[in-house]
Design a protein around this ligand. Sequence first.
Ligand SMILES: Nc1nc2c(c(=O)[nH]1)N[C@H]1C(S)=C(S)[C@@H](COP(=O)(O)O)O[C@H]1N2
Ligand SMILES: [Mo]
Length: 285
Amino acid sequence: MTTPDWPSPDDRPLESGAAAEARMRTLTRRSILWSAGAIGLSWFTIHRSATSPIAESDGIPGQLRMVLKLNEKAARGIYREDRMSPQFAASTAVELKTNGGYGLDGEIDESSHKILVRGLHNMSQAVPQDGDEPAVEITISHIKGLKPYTIVTEHKCIEGWSAVVQWKGARLRDLIVALGPATISGAEPEIYKRQNDLMPYVAMETPDGSYYVGLDMESALHAQTLLCYEMNGKPLTTEHGAPVRLAIPIKYGVKCIKRIGLIRFTRERPKDFWAERGYDWYAGL
Ligand SMILES: Nc1nc2c(c(=O)[nH]1)N[C@H]1C(S)=C(S)[C@@H](COP(=O)(O)O)O[C@H]1N2
Ligand SMILES: [Mo]
């Protein structure tokens, strides 16, 4: 098996918990200020409309249009792509109960485990698969060879419980940069410069295909989206998704697929186990 070339990972530092929280506070404060401004302007608008004629376009009075624009700006301020899920002190991490065992039957040997990858810009290293289209095969050592990150974040399950957990693993974005996903134009992928040209979705499945998630590319590239091999300072157990699982704290727990066996970059929105059972596909927090 040939090893894909690994360009140097993106070394932009992951924000510290304090820095992330400080920015969350700034964003919150900023949105409160925008909202206060918007409310003030609304009052002014209503007051003015009651007392004076106003220029209208599209049936929307001028000042009201301004208020709508301000509100949109406030909302976008909160949903910036680089917004961070809050991070916590390592001492607050607790044992995560196991939840959801789809796709985890039997034991898996970490050293021989292969993750199949499809939808790359360059598939020349693809290996034939029994009765299936060829795929590039990567191993856990490829993932462990990428720069490791540790984050302490809150895992939130749609069932209504949550727990602070410490995760260690590689950034999915670093793997995406290393592998080079297919592009819409067919040109070489430029992950940071031309994100809009990348396949808009990432699909992941367990080796047996019985659990599967779909991610939007923007969330897959998020700095806190990790391919994890350690939880709370210890190697992952089988029930928690060994040899490698996803931690994606900007989404609900359903997206944290355990025991990843396939990664695929795709133009179509991938199927998603819990979305097929009535939950929100995006599942963002
Ligand atoms: N392969 C697989 N991954 C999965 C699930 C599953 O059933 N199978 N359940 C999901 C759900 S709903 C949650 S809350 C988390 C739970 O992770 P844990 O068992 O490590 O607590 O895993 C997610 N990933
Ligand atoms: Mo969950």
